[in-house]
Design a protein around this ligand. Structure first.
Ligand SMILES: Cc1cc2nc3c(=O)[nH]c(=O)nc-3n(C[C@H](O)[C@H](O)[C@H](O)COP(=O)(O)OP(=O)(O)OC[C@H]3O[C@@H](n4cnc5c(N)ncnc54)[C@H](O)[C@@H]3O)c2cc1C
Length: 599
């Protein structure tokens, strides 16, 4: 099915400009950004500051020396156009704000990455996809025009027709070309509820075949969890008007302590066993057609569905805690959720996610990957099984999250398969379906080495990506992406001087660094408990050795352990007496010392 939205359809730069000019406040906010850009001291790079959290997993140390431009005030949904199915948003608008504004017109953004405070400009510059991406492409595919402030302070309104090079290169450029101050975002009609069918597979092969069969098909929302090579759940969602109790129940993913989404997927998908005869149930038919071993259905309020993973940050809360006995219980989840406080910024400090942790600010972002892998990898849908098996063997992170995405056209360097790779792999030629495989969690493969294995992974996957840390050398990075146009734009637009390089933002590979494995006992270290526990362990070991020595000596002594202790006490007394005598003698012989008796 062709994308209903896409950079090639919909209102362009003229439309965006007119909508922004009609807004009473945008002009002054834009002027403030331009003024700040123009006051950049020579030689200092620009970085963005905003009130909301930045979610990219890359290190942010470079920001310390930057000239910060506050994009926080750019937080308005300027207009919603129900006829043209488009919203005009300022860059700092959060995806939740946009969901709420569109809902007033019975609409939803065509692609809704799942954390409420992702921003429009962050999703353009840092990329984003979600479960409707198999139909509408990445978030960037729903953007038809952007307003951007360049290094000189010049403001441009760009679309595919007016400035293809800049328009396409901005996607995934991580703020290295200019500041995106506003954009159009594509909308689609919504409904009050989402019905999700959960189909469970006892073989990875059957699951991957099912994924191939459903992408681009009639279901609007598709995602999958792979828990092991013999346990996977495919989730197929659609808008509906009401709950059909004969199919399933209403589930609220926001209730504190309740199952997290990946746990819930397992529970619901066990409801109906394969082969059960259920008259009139189309789920049973779909289960049989796709070869699932069991299945089930639930309903969620539409907004709840969009942010269904947020309470548990997908399953990363479980992975951070690393103690399923706790997180498989309701009270355990409550405790963990309270600690994370539903606030990514707090979780960052508490759990230590990107750029160091509260107790280990010195952990670099690739050190963190030694304890917690955070990568998104892109596979052609026909290569998904190969990718899963490789990750299972060499990294061992579970579960894996899958989100299929339609690639409509070859766009910019950070959203396309490079020409050299395409020449060798014609099946990747758009239009094509790829799957984003999210690998978030602790590596359990015994021989895991972060740099070696990330480099192999990044060479193996079908399209390069900068979602996570990039482990390619500068030369490899250059050839992994088609950067000619992007580099030319950086030069021509003065961005080389004014904005950090893409390498500063995403590349961590340093060939001179030693190859490192996992950090042992990292959870204790993260909590600041490792040093006190080591001291306590050392003290316990000394006490244990002394105790054993005492017992052994006691077994050979006529008086037993008491005799040994008495002898020890006598010995200590004698030793103390000798020391005292020696000290007094030295003092008495010292020149000028008075005899105690003379006083
Ligand atoms: C827990 C978690 C779950 C995630 N889930 C998903 C998911 O389901 N699907 C998905 O696709 N992605 C997902 N991501 C990745 C996420 O979509 C990206 O990290 C996205 O960039 C986050 O948006 P943000 O507003 O926080 O961006 P930020 O981190 O603020 O910005 C991203 C980049 O864009 C630059 N930038 C920000 N504002 C501007 C601007 N105005 N002009 C120019 N450059 C700018 C920043 O400098 C930065 O380099 C997830 C990340 C996390 C941590």
């Amino acid at each position: 099915m062709a994308a209903a939205h896409g950079s090639t359809h919909g209102p362009g730069a003229g439309y965006l400009r007119a909508a922004l000019e009609a807004d009473a406040h945008h002009g002054s906010k834009l002027a403030a950004v331009v003024r700040r850009v123009r006051t950049r001291p020579a030689g200092v790079k620009i970085s963005m500051r905003k009130a909301t959290k930045s979610h990219t997993p890359h290190g942010k140390d470079f920001k310390r020396s930057c000239h910060l431009v506050d994009v926080g005030p750019l937080d308005s949904v300027v207009s919603i156009d129900p006829d043209r199915l488009v919203a005009v948003c300022e860059g700092r608008v959060t995806i939740e704000q946009l969901v709420d504004a569109a809902a007033k017109h019975g609409l939803v953004p065509a692609v809704i990455p799942e954390i409420h405070d992702f921003t429009v400009a962050g999703l353009i510059n840092g990329l984003g996809i979600e479960t409707s991406s198999h139909r509408y492409g990445g978030f960037f595919d729903t953007v038809t025009a952007m307003e951007v402030v360049l290094a000189s302070g010049e403001v441009r309104h760009v679309d595919l027709a007016s400035d293809k090079d800049l328009f396409d290169s901005l996607f995934g450029s991580y703020g290295t070309l200019g500041i995106v101050t506003a954009a159009t975002v594509g909308l689609i009609p919504g409904k009050p509820l989402v019905r999700t069918r959960y189909l469970r597979f006892d073989s990875l092969h059957a699951y991957c075949e099912a994924m191939k069969a459903v992408v681009g098909g009639s279901h609007l929302f598709i995602e999958g969890f792979v828990f092991s090579l013999t346990d996977a759940v495919l989730m197929l969602g659609d808008f509906v008007d009401e709950v059909d109790p004969s199919e399933g129940e209403l589930w609220d993913p926001t209730v504190r302590g309740k199952e997290w989404i990946h746990q819930h997927a397992r529970t619901v998908s066990s409801q109906l066993k394969a082969g059960a005869v259920v008259r009139g149930d189309s789920l049973a038919g779909e289960m049989a057609a796709l070869g699932a071993c069991s299945a089930g259905t639930d309903f969620m309020g539409t907004k709840h569905y969009f942010f269904r993973s947020e309470r548990s940050w997908l399953w990363t809360l479980e992975a951070f805690v690393g103690f399923k006995e706790l997180t498989d219980t309701e009270w355990g989840r409550k405790m963990v959720e309270d600690r994370a406080a539903g606030d990514y910024a707090k979780m960052d400090a508490v759990f230590g996610f990107a750029g160091g942790s509260a107790n280990n600010p010195s952990w670099s972002s690739d050190d963190l990957e030694r304890v917690f892998v955070q990568q998104d990898t892109i596979w052609h849908v026909s290569n998904l099984e190969k990718g899963c098996r490789w990750v299972a063997e060499h990294i061992g992170v579970w579960p894996l999250w899958h989100c299929p995405c339609r690639v409509e056209r070859r766009a910019g360097p950070f959203t396309s398969v490079p020409a050299a790779k395409l020449a060798l792999n014609s099946f990747l030629e758009p239009p094509a379906y790829v799957v984003d495989m999210g690998i978030y969690g602790e590596a359990t493969a015994p021989d895991f080495r972060v740099r070696r294995d990330m480099r192999k992974l990044q060479a193996l996957m079908d399209a390069p990506t900068t979602f996570g840390n990039v482990y390619l050398s500068p030369e490899e990075f250059e050839s992994a992406f088609d950067l000619t146009v992007y580099r030319r734009l950086r030069r021509e637009l003065g961005a080389e001087d004014a904005f950090p390089s893409i390498e500063t933002k995403v590349v961590v590979y340093d060939a001179s660094k030693p190859e490192l494995g996992r950090i042992p006992l990292w959870r204790l270290e993260r909590e600041g408990l490792l040093v006190p526990l080591k001291r306590a362990a050392a003290a316990t070991a000394v006490a244990a050795v002394a105790g054993i020595a005492l017992l052994v000596a006691g077994s050979r002594h006529d008086g037993g352990v008491t005799g040994v202790l008495r002898d020890c006490a006598d010995g200590l007394r004698a030793a103390a007496g000798s020391v005292w005598a020696a000290v007094s003698g030295v003092a008495a012989e010292a020149p000028g010392a008075e005899s105690p008796s003379s006083s």
